[in-house]
Design a protein around this ligand. Structure first.
Ligand code: UT7
Length: 323
């Protein structure tokens, strides 16, 4: 059988890091509240004129460099974002052009904070069916552009950034000891739309709109949905939390991350947490966290890595892979 193996990883953060203290000057909030309720200490904010495509291009180049490949070696780009440069064309196509790739295909994937899990799952399908041999999967966001900076319940939570992986086809016996994506599980339920959405769009308001969230309601569903798709990953592979080397969750809130790890019996030292430094970067949070843990030497070739995300839609999903 064919399996999708991760061969490269890269990320990019805008230069400006914005601390919680900077919010204290603008709105009725405090560093103490933000840290206690979310674990966030700072987030990066794109410079004026710096776009999702810029962040994506930088992350893509870093991932390609780490994989030792060039754009000529790629068949496909899948870019997860909810903050595209334009309503159309897809930001992926713009990145494809900037990378000098004049063959193959590129498209965007929209599943909000679960976007990277949806994009990597899609890439895995293309590889396992033999339709592509090498795919660049990017998560890139400029959520700062869709925040209501007067709304303290949302504006302190999000940040900008991008991360990318190179995924390649490899022959496999199909056992869990071999490298590559072992299992993927996606879910969505549109009945929760009003709990986390953007109040604008080309076809409804002809505006871009702002992010609106009933945080408590999202929180209430998060841990249950996350454990649901991770349990599915364990059932599909016969593996358990004891086998996991690294848990790399979507980074929305430290309390959700810790609560999920505890419920699943994943030891705290196996949890990769970057929400303190990045805030919630939506589709970019997982590849950003992966890149941090690869660069600091935690994630090594052959390690069993568990990814999960939950977000607007609601959408949620998990991926279990051997790095
Ligand atoms: O990535 C996509 C998925 N998104 C998420 O996973 C986010 C999920 N939700 C959360 O992370 C949390 O619900 C929040 C961090 C958004 C909020 O934490 P919470 O513990 O659920 O707080 P709360 O919404 O119940 O608010 C508690 C209090 C409220 O005041 P009252 O009504 O008790 O007087 C809020 O008005 O905290 C107040 N509050 C703030 N105070 C200071 C809300 N935002 C702030 C703020 N600074 N920035």
């Amino acid at each position: 059988m064919i399996r999708s193996v991760i061969t490269g990883c890269g990320s990019y953060l805008p230069a400006k890091a914005m601390s919680n203290a900077e919010f204290e000057e603008r709105i009725d909030t405090s560093d103490e509240w933000i840290v206690q309720r979310t674990g966030i200490r700072q987030r990066h904010i794109a410079a004026e004129g710096e776009t999702t495509a810029d962040l994506a291009e930088n992350a893509a180049r870093a991932a390609m460099k780490s994989a030792g490949i060039s754009a000529a070696d790629l068949d496909l780009i899948v870019l997860a974002t909810s903050t595209p440069n334009n309503t159309f064309p897809a930001t992926a196509v713009e990145v494809q052009h900037r990378l000098g790739m004049d063959h193959g295909a590129a498209f965007d994937m929209q599943a909000v904070c679960s976007g990277f899990v949806f994009a990597l799952t899609t890439a895995d399908q293309f590889i396992r069916t033999g339709q592509a041999k090498r795919i660049l999967v990017i998560g890139a966001e400029t959520f700062s552009r869709i925040l209501d900076w007067e709304d303290r319940t949302t504006c302190v939570l999000f940040g900008d950034g991008a991360g990318a992986l190179v995924v390649e086809a490899a022959d496999s016996e199909g056992n869990v000891e071999e490298r590559g994506i072992l299992t993927t599980h996606l879910r969505s339920d549109g009945s929760h739309k009003e709990k986390l959405y953007v109040d604008g769009g080309p076809s409804s308001t002809r505006t871009v709109g702002y992010l609106r969230m009933e945080g408590k309601e999202v929180f209430r569903h998060a841990v249950g949905m996350i454990t649901d798709v991770i349990t599915a990953a364990y059932e599909a592979t016969g593996l358990s939390s004891d086998d996991i080397d690294w848990f790399v969750p979507h980074q929305a809130n430290k309390r959700i991350i810790d609560g999920s790890a505890k419920k699943l019996g994943i030891a705290p030292e196996k949890v990769v947490t970057t929400v303190d430094m990045h805030g919630n970067t939506s589709a970019a949070s997982i590849p950003l966290a992966l890149d941090v843990a690869v660069k600091d030497g935690r994630i090594q070739k052959g390690d069993l890595v568990l990814l999960e995300a939950m977000g607007g839609g609601f959408t949620w999903g998990s991926i279990l892979l051997r790095w």
